[in-house]
Design a protein around this ligand. Structure first.
Ligand code: CUA
Length: 164
């Protein structure tokens, strides 16, 4: 079959581009462990009494491992005893090289849960538990930011992870 040489060039370019995209996804999947976020479990946002979200906060799992249960609502995160009074964003203190697994759910509308300089960017949906594990290597202060528009107070919805 005869194919015009310009058409052959375009077909080649398209095939190479698709190949590069597929290779990039494979590298992301296999080398960097990038996954689509998915809900870990479901939870009734109106009845958290018998769930770990009833007492949100940081728990040590021994060694350098922690888990943090946090809730999001208009317009603040609650990370338990680390959280200040209403309107004061929570601060979470951990030593450097800690591995923290975050469990986050929303009490009202969709929020975001993004931490500066780390590979965590969760969609926080009422009724669903979002989970991600992050290792904090470098000491410093990293903002937890709601990066999903959630109403009038969206821009004041944040917290801080302090790595010591
Ligand atoms: Cu919560 Cu934006």
């Amino acid at each position: 079959m005869h194919i015009n040489r310009y058409e052959r060039a375009w077909l080649t370019a398209v095939a190479v581009t698709l190949g590069v995209f597929a290779a990039a996804m494979l590298v992301g999947l296999l080398a960097f462990g990038i996954r689509l976020p998915s809900p870990v479990a479901r939870v009734d946002p109106n009845n958290l009494a018998n769930t770990p979200f009833a007492k949100p906060g940081l728990k040590s799992l021994g060694g350098a491992r922690y888990e943090l249960y946090a809730t999001a609502k208009m317009w603040q995160f609650d990370a338990g005893r680390e959280a200040g009074p209403l309107g004061v964003p929570p601060q979470i203190r951990i030593p450097a090289r800690s591995e923290v697994t975050f469990y986050v759910t929303s009490l009202d509308v969709n929020h975001g849960f993004y931490i500066e300089d780390h590979s965590i960017n969760l969609e926080v949906v009422p009724g669903q538990i979002a989970r991600a594990t992050v290792t904090f290597m470098q000491p410093g202060e990293y903002k937890i930011i709601c990066n999903h528009y959630c109403g009038a107070g969206h821009q004041v919805m944040y917290g801080t992870v302090i790595v010591e």
